[in-house]
Design a protein around this ligand. Structure first.
Ligand SMILES: [Zn+2]
Length: 138
């Protein structure tokens, strides 16, 4: 399965997620940390991190991650999506406490729990959309 683009329209209108989408637009996966305690937080919320007086500081976490869980979706769950796809949760090397929903492209090999995957981005700029492919073992 190749990734010509997102399977659905991503929620880009949330202003507190703008740094995430801006990062993808320049080829980086950026996640938020709390400015007070440094804890990575995913999924960020509009009210900010739990620490009083804290705000999000967004940092690039690198392209490599490990598949925490995955499943193949063969039944059409969303309107207009008829193709089978692989989805799940990944944990990045730099922010291992964050489990991030991910879409997988299996053209480089089958994805399974524990597999090493690498960030890829379809589109560019404001239409950039993340997906993950099996990391080459060479
Ligand atoms: Zn904190």
């Amino acid at each position: 399965m190749t990734m010509p683009g997102p399977l659905f329209e991503a929620p880009r209108q949330a202003p507190w997620l703008a740094p995430y989408w801006e990062g993808l637009g320049v080829g980086e996966l950026r996640l938020p940390r709390c400015s007070v305690c440094g804890r990575w937080e995913w999924y960020p919320v509009e009210s900010g991190p739990a620490c009083p007086d804290g705000h999000y500081v967004w940092e690039a976490v690198g392209p490599l991650a490990t598949v925490f869980t995955c499943t193949r979706v063969d039944r059409p769950l969303l309107p207009g999506i008829t193709q089978s796809y692989m989805t799940g949760l990944i944990v990045t090397d730099r922010a291992p406490d964050c489990r991030i929903a991910a879409l997988f492209d299996e053209s480089a090999g089958p994805v399974s729990i524990g597999a090493r995957v690498r960030l890829s981005i379809s589109g560019a700029g404001e239409s950039a959309f993340p997906y993950f492919t099996l990391e080459s073992m060479s």
